[in-house]
Design a protein around this ligand. Structure first.
Ligand SMILES: Cc1cc2nc3c(=O)[nH]c(=O)nc-3n(C[C@H](O)[C@H](O)[C@H](O)COP(=O)(O)O)c2cc1C
Length: 205
């Protein structure tokens, strides 16, 4: 890989931040939407299980139904008012059974499908990696995106609203669009970014 492309990639990584306000008048171009999804499917996955799915919500009605299912229905706060302006929502869902099935195949041999073999839920890990590729692709395309959670008590309503089968769990939601002009910095950022030397242990802890 040439020097040029790696510098450009570093720039995308550095520029990425969660965008929580969008220009509601500018839809995401269809080819960009498809690139986000195509890149998501380039994510690595344990055993190449690819136990993920992506629910794309784009029309005003689809998005309204997402927000109705996942929020409490009261007056929208500042966060929700801005986030509702996002013209595209993509919900990445993880599919645990795809991993248990894949690892029960002869080359892996875990035919007992015992979940204790999985100290880390790779189905969620891999789906999270796919979400990160979407976040980075959005930056690369000049758009903004935000990964945010669906409150646990709302997941049932979300599932019912969109006919999501039981075996699929939303790991969160990615909002996408052109950034709006009213996007205050998250108070969480006051924590500051941890320094590499504070988090890296070289050779031993
Ligand atoms: C797993 C996960 C869940 C998050 N949930 C939310 C959320 O529910 N609402 C939100 O506004 N931001 C959410 N964020 C964004 C974080 O607040 C953000 O990544 C962090 O403050 C660092 O800011 P930056 O991503 O802009 O660098 C989430 C991020 C991750 C990785």
């Amino acid at each position: 890989m040439g020097q040029g492309s790696s510098v450009e990639f570093a720039d995308v990584v550095r520029r990425r931040r969660m965008v929580r306000d969008y220009d509601s008048d500018r839809p995401v171009p269809p080819e960009v939407r498809e690139r986000l999804l195509e890149h998501a499917t380039r994510a690595p996955s344990a055993g190449f299980s690819q136990g993920w799915a992506f629910l794309v919500l784009e029309s005003p009605d689809e998005r309204d139904r997402f927000w109705a299912a996942t929020t409490d229905g009261g007056a929208p706060d500042r966060w929700l008012t801005r986030m509702r302006r996002a013209p595209l929502l993509i919900v990445p869902l993880s599919h645990k059974a795809a991993y248990l099935d894949r690892y029960a195949e002869p080359d892996k041999g875990w035919s007992d499908r015992d979940e204790r073999r999985w100290p880390v839920p790779y189905w969620d890990v891999d789906t999270g990696m796919a979400a990160l590729l979407m976040l980075l692709t959005a930056v690369d395309e000049g758009l903004g995106a935000c990964f945010f959670g669906i409150p646990p008590e709302r997941v049932g309503a979300f599932r019912e609203t969109f006919g999501v089968p039981d075996g699929y769990s939303p790991v969160g939601c990615v909002s996408v669009g052109y950034p709006g002009s009213d996007d205050p910095r998250s108070p969480s950022l006051r924590r500051g970014r941890r320094k590499v030397d504070d988090v890296v242990h070289r050779g031993r802890w």
